[in-house]
Design a protein around this ligand. Sequence first.
Ligand SMILES: Nc1nc2c(c(=O)[nH]1)N[C@H]1C(S)=C(S)[C@@H](COP(=O)(O)O)O[C@H]1N2
Ligand SMILES: [Mo]
Length: 383
Amino acid sequence: MPKQMSRHSSVLKSPRRQSGKPGPNPGVPSHGPLTGEELQLAVRNHSMPLEALQSETTPPGLHYVLTHFDIPFIDAEHWHLQIGGAVQRSLELSMRALRRAPSITIPVTLECAGNGRSLLRPRPLSQPWMLEGVGTAVWTGVPLAYLLTQAGVEDDAVEVLFSGADAGIQGGVAQNYARSLPIGEALRPDVVLAYRMNGADLPPQHGYPLRLVVPGWYGMASVKWLSSIKVLTKPYKGFQQAEAYRYQQDADDPGTPVTWMKVRSLMVPPGVPDFFTRSRVVPPGPVMLTGRAWSGQGAVQRVDVGIDGKWAPAHLEHPAAAFAWCGWSMPWVADPGDHELSCRATDSSGAVQPLEQVWNYQGMGNNVVQRIKVSVEQPDPVT
Ligand SMILES: Nc1nc2c(c(=O)[nH]1)N[C@H]1C(S)=C(S)[C@@H](COP(=O)(O)O)O[C@H]1N2
Ligand SMILES: [Mo]
């Protein structure tokens, strides 16, 4: 990268290069209050308000958004997707050509791997998600496997690299956002190059005009604003693959890659919120607790709901498709006083959400159970 770029990227220096220096540092987890840099990221990258868990399909404006750099505004008329590398025939496809290709439509739950990060102590400094970095959209596009087959993947292919049109600096490294997938994953029939979200063109923030959607994987794999696809004969070592998105214990731990979404459930907070604290006020009497649960690698098999630490199984609905979340519900008779509600999902691999969160250096995959404080009382009359 050009030297002068790294000098201007103080806030984005990598953990290893900047540890020990004062000031905001994404590498050194903090016990302190939220920083200006975290607030800046939080207002750019919004989460899904938990009440939107009521919708099986998240409306685009409520689906979470995570964008590392700036949203590129792309002129789809002049844009082309390049497919090359270890293939028999390189391809260059316009949006018109892609829209004419065979398409599939699938609902997919996407969750940011950093969801839950800001609940950790000490707090890894990055996008400060609480619990809501998730959403489910119905994606329409061309199966990636169809295009890779058209191009003819060479026998020695090991990975497929996806590059976005967005560029910036992270960890002192100038880059376009780019991630790879193992060849076996890239050839799955449900991995899609999507140009529609919930039946309309992709909105700018979700990758217009074309993005990858990798069902079951944490969101970082689903590269937005796709500009090129390259079949590789050696594993990709770029920043978003080799440095970011790893389960690490400290800055020097090479860690293991973040891949599939862990099992998780969330609850629609019942009653009404206090504006500032977001604590809940619920009137006494029967109330239906509802929410949704998902897992990347297995199907959700049960959700238990905890009322003041006492667990009971919820009713589970069928998901709309293999990689979409499923609804759950549980009736509760709210008696006056303060209560703590929680939910805990288990998937078909036997994985269950932890009651105590498991810390890691980048704050990845924190699927700790959600806890909601509610005060059961007659709310004041609405004025
Ligand atoms: N080109 C590009 N693709 C990207 C990103 C990005 O910054 N640039 N962010 C990734 C991350 S970390 C997540 S969680 C998802 C978020 O997708 P969404 O904003 O559509 O919800 O996009 C992924 N794809
Ligand atoms: Mo993410």
